[in-house]
Design a binder for this molecule. Structure first.
Ligand code: ZN
Length: 213
């Protein structure tokens, strides 16, 4: 039985199914879905509904002749490249391995024993792997937007609860938190944000531009 207690919110799953989620969040959703059968089933349902809606729109919006022309074009369009999915490796699910281009993470220290590997940054936000040694904390911070954190190894606890492997925390601008890794294995997380974090202490704030958090 699945140990996952914290799942993707339904609106986020719908946005992911529609392909309208920003890349940093989409990677976290893909990674959670690869670990969570419950969300996989939900996603399948959303995709089926989305497909049915598209079919309905096509019938109404496209005239018969135009539809024939479109279908004729489809015949000559080469088949889409198969999605190059990567195999899971250690704590890293397939979508994360794909983002790592199949290589091990290249960790950089962010202080206090915490390390990160930046996977992607663009105008929509950023997504990174975080490595938090057992018993250590990520500096306390708030959020200007949304932060999604998916646990890949170990577990952490903060003001909102306890998160183990596969659990997803959705933090918004109302949550100020200090995630602390549990004793045992180091905690490895996949974390995505759509806006810079707000650190409450000076040193992390000064380092922020360097770390691109
Ligand atoms: Zn789930």
């Amino acid at each position: 039985m699945s140990q996952i207690k914290h799942h993707i919110t339904d609106p986020m799953l719908v946005a992911y199914a529609a392909g309208s989620l920003e890349h940093p969040f989409a990677l976290v959703v893909a990674a959670h879905v690869s670990l969570c059968e419950e969300c996989r089933v939900q996603l399948g349902a959303h995709e089926a509904v989305g497909g049915a809606l598209l079919d309905g729109q096509a019938v109404h919006a496209v005239s018969v002749s135009m539809k024939d022309a479109l279908l004729a074009q489809l015949d000559v369009v080469p088949a889409a490249e198969p999605d190059q999915t990567c195999e899971r490796s250690g704590a890293y699910p397939g979508p994360v391995m794909k983002a790592l281009k199949g290589k091990p993470p290249r960790w950089k220290s962010v202080g206090g024993g915490v390390r990160q590997t930046l996977l992607h940054v663009d105008d929509d936000g950023s997504v990174r792997l975080l490595y938090i040694p057992a018993g250590k904390a990520v500096p306390d911070h708030g959020h200007n937007g949304i932060e999604l954190t998916l646990v890949l190894q170990g577990a952490f606890s903060d003001e909102a609860g306890r998160y183990g492997v596969g659990d997803l925390e959705v933090a918004d601008d109302t949550l100020e938190h200090t995630p602390i890794a549990e004793q045992g294995a180091p905690c490895i997380c996949l974390a995505a944000t759509d806006a810079p974090l707000r650190f409450n202490r000076l040193i992390p704030r000064l380092l922020q531009p360097l770390l691109r958090i």
